[in-house]
Write a protein that binds this ligand. Structure first.
Ligand code: ADP
Ligand code: MG
Length: 326
């Protein structure tokens, strides 16, 4: 049923054909796997022989996960990349994603920009759109990602061993800085604003790293709720503790300009970084150090009820745990 904001003559199926039927991202493992995409009751994927299916779903809402006035292309990019980040954290290779989309109205200009942003992200990630659901309602995006990982080689949270190194895949605290900037709370230079927007709306998802970590990392998680909160999940799942060195936390140029305590607070507890945090035995230290962007930030210790789960050497302040919806 049409409402005043709607563009005329665009029913549900024309809308799906026009904006959500495309080949972008259909490459590599995803191309091999896809038997049937958008248009039937289900998509069909043939899993690579000897692999397991990795599945994860993420929902994004305006003013909860992104500012309500965000550009449609940015909303699309962020929704797909944040969901894809979970595949990388599992060591999986992307096969495709489905999109359940609720739209308040059919706004063609919005949909053109949204679809463009989605296609760009799909291409960059090698993760094609293989199906979805379109309904009328308050703007809501649920992205379900599907990936493949060689059987038994998924990077779970539960494998960290005492003595392992703790690594992160890039700068920390950018997500929190970006949010502060978007909410006009912190002044940054135009160059740094552009960088932070890029980090917030188009977080890199490094599938080459994810694949290289199979058989190397003992445990992994992606940082969506803040380093301390997410590393705590990994530690609990592995029944270990961790000690981090504040001086080793990688900071981007805009964060380096902030007072140390502010930068540390964001790096330790800010959400939305979408970096990988993983553990690996010290024998891999040299190989991992050669990979650009990786930083060794701490060590896995035995669990000790008398000590905090995660200690941070070089930063004394008590920092609150990460973001929680409930
Ligand atoms: P069904 O009623 O069988 O669930 P739909 O009528 O909802 O199917 O959708 C028709 C086809 O369009 C299906 O293949 C579905 O996967 C696809 N589809 C619907 N919405 C989207 C979307 N937003 N993005 C991609 N594919 C979509
Ligand atoms: Mg349906």
């Amino acid at each position: 049923m049409a409402t005043p904001g709607d563009s005329p003559a665009l029913d549900e199926f024309s809308l799906i054909r026009r904006f959500f039927t495309f080949d972008d991202g259909l490459q590599g493992a995803a191309r091999e796997a896809l038997q049937l995409g958008v248009g039937d009751d289900c998509a069909l994927l043939a899993l690579p022989p000897g692999s397991e299916l990795a599945i994860s779903v993420d929902t994004q809402l305006p003013d909860v996960h992104f500012p309500a006035d965000a550009l449609p292309a940015d909303i699309a990019s962020r929704a797909l990349r944040c969901a894809a980040s979970d595949l990388a954290a599992m060591g999986a290779t992307p096969l495709g994603f489905t999109l359940a989309l609720s739209l308040p109205s059919v706004d063609v200009a919005w949909l053109v920009a949204f679809s463009d942003g989605l296609r760009r992200a799909a291409t960059e990630l090698g993760c094609p759109l293989i199906g979805g659901d379109t309904t009328r309602g308050p703007l809501t995006l649920s992205v379900q990602v599907h990936g493949a990982v060689p059987a038994g080689q998924a990077l779970r949270r539960s494998g960290a061993q005492v003595g392992d190194d703790v690594w992160v895949s890039g700068s920390l605290g950018d997500g929190a800085a970006a949010l502060a900037q978007l909410q006009h709370r912190t002044p940054f230079s135009a160059e740094h604003v552009a960088y932070l927007h890029q980090r917030f709306y188009s977080p890199e998802v490094d599938f080459a790293l994810a694949e290289a970590l199979r058989g190397v990392a003992t445990a992994a998680i992606d940082i969506s709720d803040g380093l301390l909160a997410d590393l705590a999940h990994l530690c609990r799942a592995s029944a270990v503790a961790a000690c981090l060195d504040a001086a080793c936390l990688p900071l981007s140029a805009p964060l380096q300009l902030l007072p140390f305590a502010q930068a540390m607070r964001w790096a330790l507890t800010g959400g939305d970084d979408y970096r990988l945090c993983f553990t690996a035995p010290a024998c891999h230290r040299e190989d991992l150090s050669d990979r650009q962007g990786l930083a060794r930030i701490g060590t896995i210790l035995p669990a000790d009820d008398a000590q905090p789960l995660i200690r941070v050497a070089g930063f004394d302040e008590d920092v609150p745990a990460g973001f929680r919806h409930f």
